[in-house]
Ligand binder design. Structure first.
Ligand SMILES: Cc1ncc(COP(=O)(O)O)c(C=O)c1O
Length: 385
């Protein structure tokens, strides 16, 4: 297949989705539409699929190498094309997945004191601090539709009180925000003042929608001595189960520390995951362009569906990701996700798992077909109103 011919996004039928996405679709009853976990109801890019099928046919089912220089080259090439900035290819290491990369970076590179975690924040990374043996400090940001910025004064206080690491997720799940260069510079200034570290989860960088841009934290001057980024093609290409993300480590001293770690610290990424990542970075641009176009359409559709059926729902305009953070509190249900499931037969993600204590918020995954998104919002309207 010619790699540079534009390839369309293909919607999975319900039966196909149930086979392809066992977590998202296989864990709900037949009458429930799942719009929760961050997986897309789209067929995998044929170029990525072909590469993985070829590797399987070749019998690539054994251990991976402990270093893949070509993965660094592929990521650097891809980042340069997409963001106008690229890390040194030699700065890239394979890791099992993004969450594993965040954990590895904290374990090996961070001081022993607390970890700052902005909330709402990706639910599976709540308590990651504890898993690395460090205290977790939630940096609460009011979970409102209007405000979705890191509170620099609060960050300053937490670092002054002794926290030593910030887990920054940008583009942000579930705010759907792509932070601006100025915002990132503000964060850098606070972090530098306290000699703290940043572990930046940039998994959604490929999914910045028209009107916004992704600026890597590592593209900001003065970040290389205190920061790493964890990146992956897996969210944009629906290949999370193949297990290969990348840790970008610009400091040679940090790399030396990581490279000295025993294999058992980072031995879980898979050779097939590397194959998928290489195919996505080297040949996935034509499919990714179609995907971003589709997600842009889905975001507009969601806006009009909400205006028609659920006008009291508040939502910041989605700048990135396919995850909409909805404030449905005006409809008076503390646990809006539970009501959506019980009465609407739609499974959403409960906002309280991203922002402990918040009520009336949900996260809605819009990476599906226009028809299914329409049905979802119509069902939510019946359930909540
Ligand atoms: C912000 C964020 N980081 C990481 C992940 C998970 O990535 P991985 O499966 O590579 O750990 C997700 C999954 O949705 C996410 O939203």
């Amino acid at each position: 297949m010619a790699p540079d011919v534009r390839r369309p996004v293909v919607d999975l039928t319900e039966a196909e989705a149930r086979r392809a996405l066992p977590l998202k679709w296989g864990t709900v009853p037949d009458d429930v539409i799942p719009a929760w976990v961050a997986e897309m109801d789209y067929a995998v890019d044929p170029v990525v699929l072909e590469a993985v099928q070829r590797a399987l046919a070749d019998g690539v089912t054994g251990y991976p190498l402990d270093h893949y220089p070509e993965l660094g080259e592929a990521y650097a090439g891809w980042a340069g094309r997409h963001f106008g900035w690229a890390p040194d290819a030699a700065a890239v290491r394979a890791v099992v997945d993004v969450t594993g990369g965040v954990r590895l970076a904290i374990d090996v590179l961070s001081g022993p004191e607390g970890v700052v975690f902005p909330t709402p924040g990706y639910n599976a990374q709540h308590r990651l601090a504890g898993i690395t043996g460090r205290a977790e400090h939630l940096l609460e940001v009011p979970a409102s539709a209007e405000r979705a910025e890191i509170d620099l004064d609060r960050l300053d206080r937490l670092l002054a009180d002794g926290a030593q690491t910030l887990i920054l997720n940008q583009p942000h799940n579930p705010w759907g925000r792509a932070f601006t260069r100025a915002e990132l510079e503000g964060i850098r200034d606070v972090v530098l003042r306290h000699g703290a570290r940043v572990v930046c989860d940039e998994i959604f960088a490929p999914l910045v929608l028209p009107g916004a841009e992704h600026v890597s934290y590592l593209a900001i001057d003065g970040t290389h001595d205190h920061a790493v980024a964890v990146v992956s093609a897996s969210k944009a290409f629906n290949t999370a189960g193949l297990k290969c993300a990348q840790l970008v480590v610009p400091s040679a001293a940090d790399r030396a520390r990581l490279d000295e770690e025993p294999m058992s610290r980072n031995d879980s990424y898979s050779a097939l995951g590397v194959v998928a990542a290489l195919a996505a970075y080297d040949h996935g641009d034509p499919w990714l362009a179609s995907l971003v176009e589709r997600l842009d359409q889905q975001r507009s559709l969601l806006g009009s569906l909400l205006a028609t059926h659920l006008p009291e729902v508040r939502m910041r305009p989605l700048e990135a990701t396919y995850l909409a953070w909805l404030d449905a509190s005006a409809y008076g249900h503390d646990d809006a996700a539970a009501v959506a499931l019980e009465r609407g037969r739609v499974r959403l993600s409960d906002g309280a798992s991203y922002a402990p204590g918040s009520t009336g918020h949900v996260r809605l995954n819009i990476a599906t077909s226009p028809d299914r998104l329409t049905e979802i919002v119509e069902r939510l309207a019946k359930a909540w109103t």
